[in-house]
Design a protein around this ligand. Structure first.
Ligand SMILES: *Cc1c(COP(=O)(O)O)cnc(C)c1O
Length: 412
């Protein structure tokens, strides 16, 4: 569900015409619906209402301060993977006691920053990292709350680049070795073991893999209890998929229905780290058609947004619907929609049937709210684009378009 709809032949975000934003802010531009963001947050939150839980939005999906602030105002926490994300989260007013910190390569400086910020817990990915956290905590005279990220060896049935819970994956600690690691962790003087964490991948469109992974986690929690280690938090990670095209991902309430009964008698707090499912369909990328061109075997629609603005099609072969901001007369064209970057991999869609646009027309690239702006870069010395948040009848620029001066800041 989202709030990007046609009224007559014009595409709107809530009550604001997309065309108006494009004219006033320029293109390319990311546009987010605050109403969709709130609805998605509530749907997720409500799905787990029967048990103590914290919804920790995965900042890497969309790290704009205004978006983090919106989730904070709804009571949400965050899942971070770097010191930079911690900085953003604190700046946005996220309660440190709702911040969890994952990632296989946390530096000493990042660990120290997080400890001083008194975050809820570190999701630890290796035994050396555990020792490092113990050491840093000791030097600060603090105690670090940790969960171990275990790798349950579950196939999430998604793109290999975003599968993270298989044996061959770089993430987490093998579940077969987890008990031993927990026993070591519980002897470390500056470590307090509080949780178990797993995250098996992204864009998962079935409930099955979540249930299978949870079964393995619960077995571990039981084993831990038997050896005297009490778990307070079960962090089930993120990964719930969204509709880009023909997918039929489960609603969060189906996930809740499957998982809540499994854990409700354990007395644990459930943590979830949804990223894509909260923001993906709440954002679009609006781009302007610059030129049309017919090659010998293909047509090209050349637009002003490139792979530096939205890399998902190039990186994951991802599908994004592309629709006109103003519906035309209904004649169609099959074409590659490509950007201005000097790479053949620079495309937003391949062999796509779209309403035939004219130069100057605006196109909306749908479902671009997650891993869109956050993965954008300055490649080809392109300025990163503006981001806009719509709220009912008004909109706000929540990140200014970069200037040429921004491009060279810090360079000699
Ligand atoms: C990326 C990531 C998430 C969010 O994944 P989504 O598929 O966007 O929900 C959650 N937790 C961890 C540890 C991650 O790395």
């Amino acid at each position: 569900m989202h709030d990007f709809n046609y009224i007559g032949s014009d595409l709107y975000c809530e009550k604001v015409p997309i065309k108006k934003i494009a004219e006033e802010v320029g293109t390319p531009v990311y546009i987010y619906s605050s109403n969709t963001l709130r609805n998605h947050y509530h749907a997720f939150d409500l799905a787990f209402a029967d048990i103590p839980h914290i919804v920790c939005f995965a900042v890497k999906a969309n790290s704009n301060l205004s978006i983090l602030r919106l989730f904070a105002s709804e009571g949400g926490g965050v899942d971070i993977v770097s010191g930079g994300e911690l900085f953003r989260a604190l700046r946005a007013g996220i309660d440190p006691q709702k911040i969890v910190f994952a990632g296989i390569g946390k530096t000493e400086e990042e660990v120290s920053f997080a400890l001083k910020s008194n975050i809820l817990m570190f999701n630890v990915e290796s035994s050396l990292e555990l020792q490092k956290i113990n050491e840093v905590a000791g030097s600060l005279g603090l105690k670090a709350r940790v969960a171990l990220r275990v790798n349950p060896d579950i196939d999430p049935k998604t793109h290999p680049y975003i599968a993270t819970g298989l044996k061959k994956s770089k993430f987490g600690i093998a579940i077969s070795r987890a008990l031993g690691e927990y026993q070591i962790a519980s002897t470390l003087p500056n470590i307090e073991v509080v949780g178990v964490h797993k995250h098996i991948g992204s864009q998962i469109t079935e409930v099955g893999p979540f249930v299978a992974a949870m079964e393995k986690i619960l077995e571990l929690v039981k084993g831990l209890k038997e050896s005297g280690i009490e778990i307070k938090y079960i962090d089930a990670g993120g990964g719930l998929g969204i509709r880009y095209g023909e997918e039929k991902p489960p609603h969060p309430k189906e996930l809740g229905k499957a998982l809540v009964p499994m854990i409700k008698d354990l007395g644990c707090t459930l943590i979830f780290e949804p990223g894509r499912v909260l923001v993906g369909n709440a954002g679009i990328l609006v781009t302007k058609v610059l030129y049309l061109k017919s090659g010998e075997v293909k047509n090209f629609v050349i637009v002003d947004a490139g792979m530096n603005d939205l890399i998902r099609p190039s990186l994951y072969d991802a599908h994004h619907e592309i629709i006109p901001v103003e519906k035309q007369d209904g004649s169609y064209l099959t074409a590659d929609v490509v950007g201005p970057i000097c790479e053949s991999g620079d495309f937003l869609a391949k062999d796509r049937k779209i309403e035939k646009p004219e130069p100057g027309n605006l196109l909306a690239v749908m479902s671009a709210g997650a891993y869109g702006f956050t993965m954008s870069s300055n490649y080809n010395s392109r300025r990163r684009v503006a981001e806009v948040m719509v709220e009912g009848e008004k909109y706000t620029v929540i990140r200014k378009r970069e200037s040429y001066e921004d491009l060279i800041r810090g360079e000699e």
